[in-house]
Design a protein around this ligand. Structure first.
Ligand code: GA4
Length: 333
């Protein structure tokens, strides 16, 4: 086992958490998808910006199969994994997140879910790994995309606006620019000797897309930033999914729905595995508040932009930057 010195660990952002690592068990909205009231609950969940869904009907065997394949890949020799990287932004990555100097205690695979966007790195990944990984991914992604569309249709129903597919069509479009991420946060035993300090696995950020659907194993680490700026730990629940409003949905709802800042801390003993689907629109799609969601006498809070423009700007940013800032309209009072 490699023992890391404190200076080596410092490169991966050791932080002193003065947060109340509140177990938000009761604070996180929970939506039972089989509840006739689900459409109203998802709207409340989007207003909070983060919620958990239960009774989702997602086959557990799909989750277990993909998790097993992901672990098999992450446990393979480093030289093999490196052949599928570095990310461009797709492919295998270790420690480095994005192109602008962010690092974390993590290794991951990032893929575009659109079969037209074939990344060379992803091809390497599948050429060197049995077909079973590819089919586990395809099965999981088609189901999770369906769940994302169903949730967005419930949201639209709950808002009482039309047409029903005004949001879901952006994900079901064949040109949808959605991506999928498999994260592995290795345990870091040295943390025990560092006097209560924590190690950043994935630094604080908001997700740029419309909606993110996360599933993790039973290892804790995910935290969300509350309105008062404190961090709250999200108790893991491997049989549920966690939904995160993305920046684009915040804009489309003219600020009613919140893209919540979140981060992941490494654990000293247990590996954390998470799988996240980021539902994004086609690159040419114009992102602006839906007219039906701009109240009477209200104005759009954001300048219109295309998803392509947003992504271009996002890839110039650091993880923790406030990316919507440049698209906000200045208020003249
Ligand atoms: C954060 C959410 C998703 O993981 C991601 C990330 C992307 C990347 O890892 O390539 C980004 C990051 C994420 C936001 C700002 C840019 C882009 C790294 C980065 C510094 C895949 C995404 O879409 O945006």
């Amino acid at each position: 086992m490699v023992v890391l010195s404190q200076p080596a660990l410092d490169r991966y952002s050791l932080i002193k958490t003065c947060s109340k690592p509140t177990s938000l068990l009761t604070g996180i909205p929970v939506v039972d998808l089989s509840d006739p009231e689900a459409k109203n609950l998802v709207v409340k969940g989007c207003e909070f910006g983060f919620f958990k869904v239960v009774n989702h009907g997602f086959p557990m065997e799909f989750i277990n199969r993909l998790e097993a394949e992901a672990l098999r890949f992450f446990n393979s020799p480093q030289s093999e994994k490196d052949r599928a990287g570095p990310p461009d932004p797709f492919g295998y990555g270790s420690k480095r997140i994005g192109p602008n100097g962010d690092v974390g205690w993590i290794e991951y695979i990032l893929l575009n879910t659109n079969p037209d966007v074939i990344s060379y790195k992803s091809l390497t990944l599948f050429k060197e790994n049995p077909q079973i990984f590819r089919s586990a991914l395809d099965d999981y992604i088609s189901k999770v995309k369906k769940m994302a569309c169903d949730i967005l249709e419930l949201v639209v129903d709950g808002l009482g606006i039309e047409p029903r597919d005004v949001l879901s069509r952006l994900l079901s479009d064949e040109k949808s620019d959605s991506c999928f991420r498999l994260n592995h946060y290795p345990p870091c035993p040295e943390l025990q000797t560092l006097g209560g300090r924590n190690l950043i696995g994935f630094g604080e950020h908001t997700d740029p897309q419309i909606i993110s659907i996360l599933r993790s194993n039973s290892t804790s680490g995910l935290q969300i930033c509350l309105r008062d700026g404190t961090w709250a730990s999200v108790p893991p629940d491997p049989t549920s999914f966690f939904i995160n409003v993305g920046d684009s949905l915040q804009v489309m709802s003219n600020g009613r729905f919140k893209s919540v800042t979140h981060r992941v801390l490494a654990d000293h003993a247990k590996p954390r595995i998470s799988m996240i689907y980021f539902g994004g629109p086609p690159l040419s799609e114009k992102i602006a508040p839906l007219p039906s969601l701009v109240g009477e006498g209200e104005e759009s809070l954001y300048q219109e932009f295309t998803w392509c423009e947003y992504k271009r700007s996002a890839y110039k940013s650091r993880l923790g930057d406030y990316r919507l800032g440049v698209f906000e309209k200045s208020t003249t009072q």
